[in-house]
Design a protein around this ligand. Structure first.
Ligand SMILES: *Cc1c(COP(=O)(O)O)cnc(C)c1O
Length: 368
């Protein structure tokens, strides 16, 4: 039985009859850029997240870059973030000419260690960018208090957590909707995904929303008048149609991910360290990630059995060449140890119970 990491084929088969007519209608309407579906999706996604403004763009990376530019990030500034994430969380800081400051992670949640964030604040710090890694909400209430105390901006990287609930401490808000700005990605592997690239920036702040739109649209406030250096970053009509259709399924799909994680937890208890959910909010399991000292043996056995699995992330950002100039010999022990012991198992709303059992059986046999 071959088991993929993410079963997009099964998902397509399920949604085909809804998506294909909608896509065909958009093709025939010929408003490929700036069409009605883009505007409708922005409004629907913002309403879903519980914020006033949704600004679509070309990718999650662009969402972060545009958000950082909108708060005026530039040379000499610092941004505190996690080293245990996809590169775009911090490469976008470099793109603005600023410096990412990496703080170690909590060994259980894999998210920023909040106790270490306060100590990393300097007069140059401009923002904090937490990532709700693997779909687990960061405990944002104390981070927001810290930002307010020091006059910093809070920008949520919600690329892996669209639809996650932040919990009662964050007034029951969705991930991305609690900071000054939230950024998400619709890359095909994300919880809400397009059939290509796409991104969304959300905010409740009217002035920031206006600036975000200007930056995503060639720095233009008035057509053909360009005020600041901007970007050509757009979601197209076809992706917007697909996303509108899939948004209706997001909660159902996320619920299924949670049920799959529960099933893995039960079947893997005692064999490996199963993901820790702090219970504050609703973890939406973008990835189901275990820890084991025998990670490499498990990975080999699963691969040989035709079961996909992946190490997210094998090289933490502070050890990447891209950041060598600023972080030469920085040591972040929890992150480094996690990178050596983590393994993400197949997770997809389409995963069948028999497939989950098979994954767990191979892992248990390997460790027996
Ligand atoms: C996927 C991802 C991004 C970037 O999104 P793209 O749409 O691929 O540009 C940024 N941050 C995190 C945490 C991600 O997982």
């Amino acid at each position: 039985m071959n088991i993929p990491m993410l079963d997009l084929k099964a998902e397509y088969a399920l949604l085909k009859d809804e998506i294909e007519p909608a896509v065909c209608a958009a093709l025939a309407a010929c408003q490929y850029i700036g069409g009605p579906n883009v505007k409708a999706f922005e409004a629907e996604a913002a309403a879903y997240a519980g914020v006033k403004h949704g600004i679509s763009c070309a990718s999650g990376t662009d969402a972060l870059l545009i958000a950082l530019r909108a708060i005026g990030l530039g040379p000499g500034d610092e941004v505190i973030t996690t080293p245990f994430t996809f590169v775009a969380t911090a490469s976008t800081v470099l793109m603005c000419g600023a410096k990412p400051v990496f703080v170690d992670i909590d060994p259980r949640t894999f998210n920023l260690d909040l106790d270490q964030v306060a100590a990393a604040i300097t007069p140059k710090t401009k923002a904090i960018v937490p990532v709700h890694l693997f779909g687990q909400p960061v405990h944002l209430a104390p981070l927001k208090a810290l930002c307010e105390k020091h006059g910093l901006k809070l920008i949520e990287d919600a690329a892996q957590s669209f639809g996650a609930d932040l919990g009662p401490q964050c007034a029951g808000r969705k991930s991305g909707a609690y900071g000054d700005i939230g950024c998400t990605s619709f890359y095909p592997s994300k919880n809400l995904s397009a059939f290509g690239d796409g991104g969304l920036i959300i905010t409740d702040d009217d002035a920031l929303a206006a600036e975000l739109r200007v930056l995503a649209s060639h720095g233009s406030r008035v057509r053909y008048h360009h005020h600041v250096l901007g970007y050509n970053s757009r979601l197209d009509e076809i992706q917007a149609v697909i996303l509108r259709t899939k948004l209706k399924h997001l909660d159902g799909f996320n619920n299924r991910r949670i049920a799959i994680a529960d099933s893995y937890n039960k079947q893997l208890a005692g064999a490996v360290e199963t993901p820790y959910a702090d219970g504050r909010g609703r973890h939406v399991y973008h990835q189901y990630t275990i820890l084991s000292d025998r990670r490499d043996a498990i990975q080999k056995a699963l691969t040989e059995a035709g079961i996909a699995c992946a190490v997210y992330y094998p090289v933490p950002l502070h050890q990447q060449e891209m950041f060598a100039a600023t972080h030469g010999d920085l040591k972040l022990p929890v992150t480094e140890r996690t990178a050596q012991r983590c393994l993400s198992l197949p997770i997809s709303p389409m995963l069948q119970d028999a497939q989950i059992e098979r994954v767990c059986e191979v892992i248990r046999n390997t460790l027996a």
